[in-house]
Write a protein that binds this ligand. Sequence first.
Ligand code: SAT
Ligand code: MN
Length: 603
Amino acid sequence: MTAVTIPGLEQAPTNHARLLAWVQEVAELTCPDEVVWADGSQGEWDRLTQKLVDAGTFVPLKKKPNSFWAASDPSDVARVEERTYICSVREEDAGATNNWMDPSEMKAIMTELYRGCMRGRTMYVIPFCMGPLDAEKPMLGVEITDSEYVVVSMHIMTRMGTKALALFGEDADFVPALHSLGAPLEPGQEDVQWPCNETKYISHFPETREIWSFGSGYGGNALLGKKCYSLRIASVMARDEGWLAEHMLILKLTSPENKAYYIAAAFPSACGKTNLAMLEPTIPGWKVETLGDDIAWMRFGEDGRLYAVNPENGFFGVAPGTDYHTNPNAMRTIAKGNSLFTNVALTDDGDVWWEGMGEPPAHLTSWKKQDWTPDSEELSSHPNSRYCTPIEQCDIKAPEWDDPKGVPISAIFFGGRRATTIPLVTESRDWQHGTFMGATLSSETTAAAVGKTGVVRRDPMAMLPFIGYNAGDYFQHWVDLGKRADADKLPKIFYVNWFRRGDDKRFLWPGFGENSRILKWAIERIEGKSAATETPIGYIPTAADLDLEGLDAPVEDIEAALEFNADEWRAEIPLVEEWFAKIGDKVPTTLRDQLETLKQRLG
Ligand code: SAT
Ligand code: MN
């Protein structure tokens, strides 16, 4: 076979043989017009954002420097969980919570989809590094994509381009991540503003650490360093190497005595994780700084504590609901510009707007590119619309956010969105009990994934769509880590629910900045300074145990939010049993014992 010549293919800025061979192979399969190696430079950003403006995909914002508005195809707005596959060699290694297909079968199907799929487009090769570039073992990847939107988003969300490629040498290990919109252009064919394909596959090959994505341009399906690498593939690496890759924010909490604590917290998508990561405490003297809003990689340090690193370089936050009241720090971060906004509304004077920002302007262009007025029946912004902005320009980033050592975690919070049953906060008895809380975590579904919203589903460790292997084995991994570690060096685990409702359906807890009161109580528990009552489900504070000074909420509501209700919990047991039955034989004995203990305590 003679090698095809594709402009740019020969100009590779690396001698890395495996990378070169893979790029050649993909180019020959997908047939792009040219190949471009992304360098991550300002010039590249300017060139590609201009190209997207010319194509009608981006509208430059007049009110925010170097920022752009994009509206996707109305069908391509969220992660597609039913099209997301874990293609392990053995089906049982994907487990009951993942879609599975045999790797060679999937590769055969997708190879045919990829054949010629980049015709008429440019193929970009994006070397990237998840986590700090100066890590002892930098976590490298290369995304090949035919989407300029993906390249510029990767500029924000990852460390990429020349500085990442410098770490590859001639033989460094990397995760190959192939992405195509699946929208080839015939000669003369005019492009659409958001190319994508009705057929979508988001496939992961855990044994060979590969990612193949086709048909979608949406963040979680297309920015392959994010959920695909940093959670699905990294969770498999973490299992094999004895660490944790988790769907968690990382925040630094400093007390009035100037003592710093680091907290990691897992919530399902669109449950206020970004808001908590950037919280402004309402209690005097306490300070929050942020290290990350979505993903934490946690490894044991030499001192036996768990240290967390954020693999990402930007925030990809849900826009609706974000404003100067709920998340002033996110607002200040995006106000600096250098940001992308997808599926929010565009104002007539060239700014962005979304539901939750207060009084709407008299006229907007909606995310569907239609005229919108306050009388319109539809929302101006898609509920899963997003801002994408660099961590670097967040005023409250902790100075150590980029430290390759990571930060020692004192507490882990698991949270969900539940109208009933789950108290505002519960402290676990120990790591294994905390693992049980995490493994049985539940939440009402949100708009972050395609499908019905508001349905209660189990979302273990907020990782349901992100565990790259069998969920039972994943629980076992958590149990084993706890057994291996020195118990008093492990983070304390808490279960929170900001979303409990009263009989009249109103929220019982005001949330947002007031959540600092719960963080404070948790830290004081760790310090042995605050009280709690033991209940069958763990330790729960009374309203009197919390610092509620200056809180504008009726104390009866707080008590109702904190209530342990035995009847509600008895009703929860069959749901947990059903969940464990779904996971099957691999549910760890330790967790089955936890369930038995709970049943006995409930009587
Ligand atoms: O999947 S994304 O990372 O695009 C957003 C989310 O669901 O958290
Ligand atoms: Mn997330």
